[in-house]
Structures are given as C-alpha cells and as structure tokens.
Design a protein around this ligand. Structure first.
Ligand code: HEM
Length: 303
C-alpha cells in the first residue's frame, strides 16, 4: 500500500469512528421525533385519541384540562410530566401551587396511562401523554389537528419551587407575560395565538362581571353543555372591546400584539397556524430524552 492509500484508509476509518460516535451520541442524547413509538407501541397515538374521546363524552371538561396541563407542565422547566407527580414524603406536588388554581381531572390521566400500559407496558411516557392528550383535547374543542413529535421521558422529581416564577399570574402585565413566553421561544405572535386558550374566558364564566357589557360576558364555563370552541371568535370580541381582563385589552392596544389580534380576528386559518406553531413550541420546551429520566409506570409517582 502506498503512503497515499494508507492515509486515505486512515481517514476513512476515522470518518467511520466519528460517524459511529455521532450515532451513539444521538442515541444516548435522544431526540423527539414523529412516530417515536412506531416500533415499540404502534397503537400509542390511537389509544390516547380513543381515551381522550371517551373521557370527553363522559366528562366534557376534560379536553380543556389536557390543554392547560400542557402549559403548566412545559412552562415549568421542561415537558416532563413533573406536573403529574403527587405529594409523597419526599415530593411536594406542583399541583399545590397557587398558580395551579382550579386545575382538575388529573385522575383521568390514569385512565389513559392504564390503557397504554395494558397494550405496551413500560413504554409510553407520561410526558408524551400530556402532549398527545393536549393535541387530542384541541381537536375535541374543534381546533386544528397537527402532527406532534414524541419521545419525551418523565422527570424523577417535581419542581414545585419553580412554578411561581414560571407561570405568570392573572394580573401580570402583558409585557411580563410576553417575556415569559419569549423565554421558551414563543414570540409575541405565538403568545397572541395562545391567549385564545387563556384564563379570561373561563373567569368570565366563574365570576360574571357586569362590565363592560353584561350580554358580552354571559357565556358558559366548560362544565356546562356548551364547551369552549377553539376558533378566532375571541379576537373578534377583543376588537369589539369585549375583553374582560386588563391584559386582554392590552393585547389590542399594545403595538407588539395589536396587528396580530386584528389579523387573527379576520383570518381563522392564520390563527390556527400560529396557535399550532406556538403549542408545538411549548410542547417541545427542553424535553427529557434518551437515557435521562424514566418512563413512569404510574404518572403520579416516580418508579
Ligand atoms: C398568561 C398566562 C396564563 C395565566 C395567567 C393563566 C391563568 C389561568 C387561570 C387563573 C385560570 C382559571 C382557573 C379556574 O377558574 O379554574 C386558567 C384556566 C385555564 N387556562 Fe390558563 N393561564 C395562562 C395561560 C394559559 C395557556 C398558555 C394555556 C394553554 C395553552 C391555558 C389554558 C387554560 C385552560 C384550558 C383553562 C381552563 C381549564 C378548566 O376550565 O379546567 N392558560 N388559566
């Protein structure tokens, strides 16, 4: 072998070694991807869909809970199902935080998990259940369907001490709320789209207010017969000054969001597109993947 060939084959071996290393690294590090369970549990996404639909028909307010769970789980450190951990001698649940006010239906996560465990034991993470159930929840609320990457793993701890700093309060300013969402990569346009699922609509039902117009605020909370529909009506109402909270009106007047409110009010497809993008960004915030974390057997407790 001449010198050139030796060098060539050395370079080739180095290249192979490097590729192997990259492969191993990406395996250990892991990544979210479409159809993550295609081999280990091909029915996983269908099972979640089926259970979410069944639950919705029995308990109509579950769909909104799945959407809210995604926000409260992903905003606090990572989409890792830390939200689902319950109190134990060593764990303080994130659900006890004042920011988790009114959160409900956690018990039905177990129904979804049990159905998955029956079909594919120890395979589908609780974090992916949070993500996929939110997607199906949106569909139940007549919102858009979208593909979602999976492969999230579950945290081994709760981050109860981080909840207050991560989830905004209902009387925080718009600029503070925008900066919280910006910190997980969601810009003003995406945050404007997420406002559709934010609290104000619900608070109106819970605490009806005579201001600014009693007819405009008369509507149902989700445990009544007329569940929320995810569409652009909220933005149309905002432009008619029917927002209940100060922050709703800020959304219309603040130059960083007003243009998006106006566009969303007239174009439902544009709203759906931005809503989907923002929800997906939220669902992929800093996930636990690869050989980190675990696949919890019972979403309420670490293994
Ligand atoms: C600025 C950030 C947010 C604040 C301050 C906030 C606050 C609240 C509050 C106070 C409630 C009412 C609780 C009750 O009356 O039971 C609520 C409910 C809700 N929030 Fe948020 N939220 C925010 C963002 C979001 C986001 C980004 C989403 C979803 C993507 C979301 C989804 C929901 C849903 C679906 C409900 C109704 C849950 C139910 O009726 O069971 N929120 N939120």
């Amino acid at each position: 072998m001449n010198k050139r060939m030796v060098l060539g084959s050395r370079a080739h071996s180095l290249f192979l070694l490097f590729s192997l290393f990259l492969c191993l690294f990406s395996f250990v590090k892991g990544e979210l991807r479409l159809n993550f369970y295609s081999e280990s549990c091909p029915q996983a996404e269908d099972i979640v869909k089926e259970e979410v639909e069944k639950l919705y028909h029995k308990h109509g307010n579950t769909a909104v809970s799945w959407v809210r769970n995604l926000f409260h789980d992903c905003m606090v450190k990572s989409c890792d199902a830390s939200l689902l951990l319950e109190d134990t001698s060593s764990t303080i649940s994130e659900q006890n935080s004042p920011r988790s006010f009114g959160m409900r239906n956690f018990k039905y996560v177990k129904v979804i998990k049990d159905a998955l465990e029956k079909e594919c034991p120890n395979t589908v993470s609780c974090a992916d259940i949070v993500a996929l159930s939110a997607r199906e929840g949106v569909v139940m609320l007549k919102g858009p369907y979208f593909n979602m990457r999976t492969g999230r793993r579950d945290s081994k701890e709760s981050y109860s001490q981080d909840v207050i700093n991560s989830i905004p309060n209902h009387n925080d300013s718009l600029s503070f709320i925008l900066s919280r969402f910006q910190s997980i990569g969601i810009n003003a346009e995406g945050t404007t789209a997420l406002f559709r699922s934010i609290y104000a609509e619900y608070l109106k039902g819970r605490c009806p207010s005579p201001e600014p117009d009693p007819k405009a605020v008369a509507y149902a909370r989700n445990d009544r017969d007329t569940p929320m529909i995810i569409d652009n009506m909220y933005y149309k109402n905002l432009l008619k000054h029917k927002g209940l909270m100060l922050v709703d009106q800020q959304l219309v007047t603040d130059p960083s969001t007003s243009q998006f409110v106006e566009k969303m009010a007239v174009d439902n497809d544009y709203f759906y597109e931005k809503f989907t993008e923002a929800l997906l960004l939220m669902s992929e915030n800093n996930p636990v993947t690869g050989d980190e974390g675990e696949i919890r057997k019972d979403c309420r407790f670490v293994n």
